[in-house]
Design a protein around this ligand. Structure first.
Ligand code: GSF
Length: 202
């Protein structure tokens, strides 16, 4: 199978971490919607990365669809629990973490616009989502070992990718100081090869 993505996208990192944790071999093809003459829209009509192309040329997107497929295609190292209640909670963690990435990406894009066209109100609105979500994550994690309590899961993968993206793009948001339990979780995740090998790089 072939993963199409970039080295900066937190959603692509999520899929690469899952591929590594599940020990699934794949080809990684660098392409990004932000580079001229990219091919992303020819494969994903939404023009977004990541995209996973299976061996029978089936195309999967977005990252939530991709990671659920990957977790079910290999029985080892399950990242999503089977029981409905726990599974839904893991997917809620993923929605929260992806939502932080969505808001952060919107701020990043808005700041690329000419200064006179940037909306301070729009940026503040997105930053508020990020700060409230970090508070929520910290309260939910509390003093647990992992997001879902005692077991490492997709919830930790998605939260780790979101926190890593904030470090990469918004170092001014000092979430480590405000939420030491999130900082401890991220430090623990960064000791895993799957995370160490996928640190965002410009
Ligand atoms: C979001 C992917 C996305 O926005 C997913 O895969 O989970 N819900 C999707 N990817 C960005 C790249 S980066 O900012 O991470 C993307 O491809 N943006 C291009 C665009 O046109 O928005």
């Amino acid at each position: 199978m072939k993963l199409i993505g970039s080295l900066t996208s937190p959603y692509v990192r999520k899929t690469r971490v899952v591929l590594a944790e599940k020990k699934i071999d794949y080809d990684f093809e660098l392409d990004s919607p932000w580079t001229p003459d990219n091919q992303v829209s020819n494969i994903n009509p939404l023009g977004k990365i990541p995209v996973l192309v299976l061996d029978d040329n089936t195309v999967l997107f977005d990252s939530r669809v991709i990671v659920e497929y990957l977790d079910n295609v290999a029985p080892n190292n399950k990242l999503m629990p089977a029981p409905n209640r726990e599974r839904s909670e893991v997917k809620r963690w993923e929605a929260l973490a992806d939502g932080v990435c969505d808001a952060a990406a919107l701020v990043f894009l808005e700041r690329k616009r000419p200064a006179a066209l940037q909306s301070a109100e729009w940026i503040a609105r997105q930053e508020n989502k990020i700060l409230l979500s970090l508070d929520f994550m910290s309260n939910e994690l509390a003093e647990s070992v992992w997001c879902m309590g005692t077991h490492f899961s997709l919830a930790d993968v998605t939260v780790g990718c979101a926190l890593g993206y904030l470090i990469f793009r918004f170092p001014e948001i000092d979430w480590q100081e405000k939420h030491p339990n999130l900082a401890r979780l991220y430090e623990k995740l960064m000791r895993r090869p799957a995370f160490l090998d996928t640190i965002p790089q410009a």
